[in-house]
Design a protein around this ligand. Structure first.
Ligand code: C2E
Ligand code: MG
Ligand code: MG
Ligand code: MG
Length: 280
């Protein structure tokens, strides 16, 4: 019996793995045509000044993929897939241009934040600085209104090259934010070397805020470090009033989370014009 179940189990796992690989392969094929198929779009989540719950001063662009047969595929699945199959460059360039274009139509001059992948900074990639400056030129968005979000992992891979790109982006006048702060390896040691305007404290800390006293000490010290380096502090994933009040108390400058606003299509904010459909 044990022999049979052992073999059965082995072949079960094997099949599962095969099945998963096949699923990813199929998904990757569909991802290649997703831009042309117009199944990708950007949703926007509001960013609020900590002291002002009424006005969103910025919006984070979050990519959404509405797959023709599978429905919504989450970014946690398709972004890593796009990175693996080399599609992220095209997707990333589209996201920057679309976000800049959308933002020009916002009456309130709110900022727009766009997430960048490490792959967009690689030497073989189209120079990310040219992509950004081209998008600004094409759409006419003021550089100060664009914010680029990068994660700590990017800084480890090729710090010198990344530093150079970030400095050039910073010289264009765009803002740079460190996303998911506290989840990577480099953390505090790297902060001062790079031209960050903002640090976004990862949702994982905010989640623990109510139950774990030490977390507020950690957030407090991130805030004071960031402030002494001249950076603003955003806290992500604010879901409760208690968290919001605590984060204000701890000196966070900007709050973001389901309590304050969920990601939503651009149409719910301002009239939407698709960048590819504009008259040339
Ligand atoms: P991120 O940049 O850290 O974005 C914040 C994520 O937290 C979003 O997930 C957002 O929907 C979610 N979120 C915001 N507030 C709350 C909250 O109160 N509670 C909870 N539970 N979640 C909240 P989303 O949209 O699924 O995106 C996941 C990640 O995918 C992003 O994390 C980002 O790393 C990546 N991503 C999304 N769009 C793009 C893109 O255009 N380019 C690149 N390179 N990455 C993207
Ligand atoms: Mg982000
Ligand atoms: Mg984040
Ligand atoms: Mg994240």
């Amino acid at each position: 019996r044990s022999k049979t179940s052992g073999r059965g189990r082995f072949s079960f796992y094997d099949e599962t793995l095969d099945h998963e690989l096949e699923e990813r392969r199929l998904l990757a094929i569909d991802l290649r045509t997703a831009l042309a198929d117009r199944t990708l779009c950007l949703h926007y989540q509001p960013l609020f000044e900590a002291e002002d719950r009424d006005t969103a001063t910025g919006f984070e662009a979050l990519m959404r993929w509405n797959h023709p047969t599978r429905g919504n595929v989450p970014p946690s699945i398709f972004i890593p897939l796009a990175e693996e199959c080399g599609e992220i460059e095209a997707l990333g360039t589209w996201a920057i241009e679309q976000a800049c274009n959308d933002a020009t139509l916002w009456k309130d001059c709110a900022r727009v934040a766009v997430n960048l992948s490490a792959a967009q900074f690689r030497a073989e990639a189209t120079d990310v600085v040219s992509v950004v400056s081209h998008a600004l030129e094409k759409t006419g968005l003021a550089p100060e209104r664009l914010e680029l979000e990068i994660t700590e992992s990017l800084l480890i891979s090729n710090p010198e090259q990344v530093l150079d790109s970030l400095n050039r982006l910073s010289n264009l006048g765009v803002r740079i934010a460190m996303d998911d702060f506290g989840t990577g390896y480099s953390s505090l040691a790297y902060l001062w070397r790079f031209p960050f305007n903002k640090v976004k404290i990862d949702r994982a800390f905010v989640k623990e805020l109510e139950d774990e006293g030490k977390v507020s000490l950690i957030i407090g010290s991130i805030v004071s470090l960031a402030h002494s380096l001249g950076m603003r502090v955003n806290a992500e994933g604010v879901e409760t009033e208690l968290q919001r009040d605590a984060l204000r108390q701890l000196g966070c400058d900007e709050l973001q989370g389901f309590l304050l606003g969920r990601p939503a299509p651009n149409e719910s904010h301002e009239p939407h014009v698709d960048i590819d459909r504009r008259a040339a």
